[in-house]
Design a protein around this ligand. Structure first.
Ligand SMILES: Nc1ncnc2c1ncn2[C@@H]1O[C@H](COP(=O)(O)OP(=O)(O)O)[C@@H](O)[C@H]1O
Ligand SMILES: [Mg+2]
Length: 242
């Protein structure tokens, strides 16, 4: 099996604190991997190291067999990794389509002019915002801002998409729409790493789950098996948002 993304003994310290403590795993092409664990277990730090926002203290992260740990976020985006943020980060002074066009500049292929506009519209249609292209971002509801953030990430045509609690804060109807949207993304072959607390979404979407606790992996298994692991259940006990 081809390993698209590979972690070898990755460690990240914040002064005295060990946020990620020797993590090794691989992600295969086309896989959707759930990244779970109680608050503070190191999930966002791990995503930040993949996207280059943080560098590992030690260890190696590689994409398609080439090291990416140590590269800048821009260099990593060009190699084919895109992300959404736990807090939506659209550019409020630009229109919906301009937001996607701005994101195009960070991808593997540079597009300009009409080509960029066409591509932006294609992504907006995919996420369900095809008829909102010319509106102000400020007119978008919360879920539509999330859709836009996804369109921005997809505009870079990533091999690996990192979703940090992209489904959080949605009502039940929106959650179903969000899960359907990620399903259609899976059909395109995109490899997805999903940090998610909503178990309904994890069960519906993730082929496999890695569960972290205190910076270490305590389970790495097919989703149903990982969620039944006694150590995993123990780690979640008493965690209010789990
Ligand atoms: N920039 C930072 N500076 C200092 N400590 C941090 C920083 N980012 C995260 N941490 C700490 O690292 C640990 C893991 O955090 P994080 O990766 O955000 O966990 P999660 O996303 O699983 O909730 C926590 O103890 C957190 O307080
Ligand atoms: Mg987090």
């Amino acid at each position: 099996m081809i390993h698209l993304l590979d972690f070898q003994n990755v460690v990240r310290h914040f002064s005295g604190l060990v946020a990620v403590d020797g993590v090794s795993f691989s992600v295969s092409n086309g896989e959707t991997l759930g990244l779970l664990g109680p608050n503070g277990s190191g999930k966002t730090t791990l995503l930040n190291m993949i996207s280059g926002a943080l560098k590992p203290t030690s260890g190696l992260i590689s994409l398609n067999g080439s090291r990416i740990s140590g590269l800048s976020p821009n260099q990593i985006a060009h190699r084919g990794i895109a992300r959404t943020f736990q807090l939506v980060r659209c550019l409020p002074s630009l229109s919906v389509s301009e937001n996607v066009i701005a994101a195009l500049a960070f991808g593997k292929e540079k597009l300009w002019g009409q080509e960029a506009k066409d591509r932006a519209l294609q992504e907006l249609k995919f996420v369900g915002l095809g008829d909102r292209a010319n509106e102000d971002v400020s007119s978008l509801t919360y879920i539509d801002q999330k859709r836009l953030e996804l369109a921005r990430a997809l505009a870079t045509n990533p091999d690996v998409l990192l979703l940090d609690e992209w489904l959080a804060g949605l009502n039940p109807v929106e959650l179903t729409e969000g899960i359907d949207l990620i399903h259609s993304l899976q059909d395109t072959g995109t490899t997805i790493i999903l940090v998610e607390h909503i178990m309904e979404a994890v069960r519906a979407l993730c082929h496999r789950c890695i569960v972290m606790n205190a910076g270490r992996i305590i389970a790495d298994d097919a989703t149903a098996i990982a969620l039944e692991n006694p150590e995993v259940i123990q780690a979640y006990l008493g965690v209010p948002d789990a």
